[in-house]
Design a protein around this ligand. Sequence first.
Ligand SMILES: [Zn+2]
Ligand SMILES: [Zn+2]
Length: 252
Amino acid sequence: MIIRDVGYYWLVFLAFILGRYFLVAGGAFWLFCSKSKLPFLTQTISQSRQWRLIRQDIALSVLSAFLFALLAALIMSAYNAGGTRLYSSIGEYGWGYLGFSFCAILLLQDTYFYFTHRLLHHPRFFKSIHQGHHRSRVPTPWTSFAFELSEALIHGIFFVGLVWLMPLHFVTLIAVFTTMTLWAIATHLGFELVPPNGPLPWLQQGLIGPIHHGIHHRQHQVHFGLYFTFWDRVFGTTDPAYLEKYAVKKGQ
Ligand SMILES: [Zn+2]
Ligand SMILES: [Zn+2]
């Protein structure tokens, strides 16, 4: 019964995760990286090599989708068996907790990502776990979910632990996954969308955008955060020329 449950959910989540990836990453690539804007056209590597990197990114993302779907299926099966702290009635903890838990997950995930990401850049782990995500020096939306299976497990296990530790409504989880997907696509655009002289520069400097993460893809030893620049500031892992690069919208 449980195995049948897991198999069913696995297929459903796999279809959903793959559909979401091709729709959102493909849509962003088509929309923002059209021929005239293709950031990689200005790079030194040939177009054929860039397309090869994109194919590799897609292959890794599809592979990761199998693992993410399996973890999601295990969570759902455990929920059906009463083994998680997921809940479905908003009245149980109220609207305030819904907002609080959403913000708390983003902060926790950002912290977890920063420290595991730094560890993955240690020479001992980089090649076997994280190099797959770094094949593209100039990322594209296709790079957003390109992880080796071992790295996908590190990211996915965070949510597996979370649903056992913290009461979470399904709406909160869906909101977090939507935010994570859109953020990952945006930070892998390879060029900045938001003008640096926007109305809220303090907010822009506190959030990680395409130039911030694009620098990480080239320099490796700076910019390890996911959503916020907080931990990079605290631990001095911000590129000293970041604001300059952001201000001139170069990021290359
Ligand atoms: Zn990346
Ligand atoms: Zn990295």
